[in-house]
Design a protein around this ligand. Structure first.
Ligand code: PDD
Length: 280
C-alpha cells in the first residue's frame, strides 16, 4: 500500500514516525476523512477548508494544502482505487520535538500523513437501520475542531460496540449533541431537528449537505438542541457522516424509534445524498 508521509509517496512499511512525534505523545494533531467514489473525492473543498480551520484553531502550521489535494488524488490512483469506493485519511501533527507541553520551536516541521483505503459500504445497515446508545458527553469544549485527540469518542464507541450498537450518541446538559464519529438528526412531525453549530459539535460536512437538501425537498428544519427526554417521541432518527452517509437509527437504548423501521424523511434524504455521491 502506497501512502504519503512528509513530502513523499512511499510504501506504508517504509514510513518511520518519531516516538517524539506530538501526534503520538499528546494527540496533538488534526485529521480529515474524505470519501472517494470511483476516483472522485466527494466535497473535497469543504474537507480541506475544515482542515485549514482545525489547523488555525490549534495554531499548527499550515502545510501546503493544495499539494495535499493532489496527493489525495494520486493515492487513489496509485493504489488502484479509481473504480472503487474508498476513503482518504489525512493527518497533520505538530511534529516531533522533546516532550514539553508548550509548542516546539517555530521551525519544527509538522508531520503530514495521508492514506487511501478501500471502503466497504454498509448497504444492509443503510437498508435496515441501526441502533445507538446514549452516553454523557464527556469530551472537551472544542468539539468543533477535528482533532486526533479522540479518547472519549473511542471509549464511547467501544461501549456502544459492547452493547451491540453501531454508535454512541452524546448527551450534554440534557440535550443531544452528536455521535462519537457521526452527526445526529431526528424527525418530529415531518420537521428535521438537529442541534445548531457550536463548540459542542463538529461542523459535519454531511450534516451541512443535508441541511442544504432539506429546503430543496420541502423538509422543514429546526436548529434547536433535541432534549433527551423528547427523543422517545421522535418519528425518525438518523446518523450523518462521510462514511455513514444517512444512516437510519431504528433503536435507541433498546427502545424502538417510530415503528422500528427507517422512516420516509430519512429514506428521501438517504436517496438524495446517495444520488449526489454516486452521481446516479
Ligand atoms: N467522523 N461528528 C464527529 C464527532 C465525527 O467524527 C464525524 C466524522 C462527524 C461527521 O462529519 P462529516 O460528515 O464531515 O464526516 C460528526 C469521521 C468520518 C471519522 O472520525 O472517521
Amino acid at each position: 500500500m502506497l501512502v504519503y508521509f512528509n513530502g513523499k509517496i512511499r510504501n506504508k512499511d517504509e514510513v518511520r514516525i518519531s516516538p517524539d512525534d506530538r501526534g503520538f505523545v499528546f494527540g496533538d494533531g488534526v485529521y480529515e476523512v474524505i470519501l472517494s467514489y470511483k476516483g472522485r473525492l466527494f466535497r473535497a473543498g469543504a474537507h480541506f477548508e475544515r482542515l485549514r480551520r482545525s489547523l488555525k484553531e490549534l495554531r499548527i502550521r499550515d502545510p501546503e494544502l493544495k499539494v495535499l489535494r493532489n496527493v489525495a488524488d494520486k493515492l487513489i490512483h496509485e493504489n488502484h482505487l479509481d473504480q472503487k469506493i474508498a476513503t482518504v485519511y489525512i493527518q497533520i501533527s505538530r511534529g516531533a520535538a522533546p516532550r514539553k507541553h508548550f509548542f516546539p520551536a517555530e521551525n519544527t516541521p509538522v508531520s503530514v500523513y495521508a492514506a487511501a483505503s478501500p471502503f466497504d459500504p454498509p448497504e444492509e445497515e443503510w437498508k435496515q437501520g441501526t441502533s445507538v446508545i446514549l452516553l454523557p458527553d464527556n469530551r472537551w469544549l472544542r468539539c468543533d475542531i477535528k482533532s486526533t485527540s479522540l479518547l472519549p469518542n473511542v471509549m464511547a464507541c467501544q461501549q456502544a460496540k459492547e452493547a451491540g450498537a453501531k454508535e454512541a450518541v452524546f448527551i450534554r446538559d440534557g440535550a443531544v449533541t452528536e455521535g462519537s464519529h457521526s452527526s445526529f438528526a431526528a424527525v418530529f412531525k415531518g420537521t428535521l431537528h438537529t442541534c445548531p453549530e457550536s463548540h459542542y459539535i463538529l461542523p459535519g460536512i454531511t450534516r451541512q449537505l443535508v441541511l442544504k437538501l432539506c429546503p430543496e425537498m420541502n423538509i422543514p428544519v429546526s436548529l434547536y438542541p433535541i432534549q433527551e427526554s423528547h427523543l422517545q417521541n421522535a418519528d425518525e432518527c438518523m446518523l450523518l457522516g462521510t462514511t455513514t452517509e444517512v444512516m437510519p437509527v431504528v433503536r435507541i437504548n433498546e427502545q424502538q424509534v417510530g415503528d422500528g423501521r427507517p422512516g420516509p424523511v430519512t429514506r428521501r434524504l438517504q436517496q438524495a445524498l446517495r444520488k449526489m455521491i454516486r452521481g446516479e
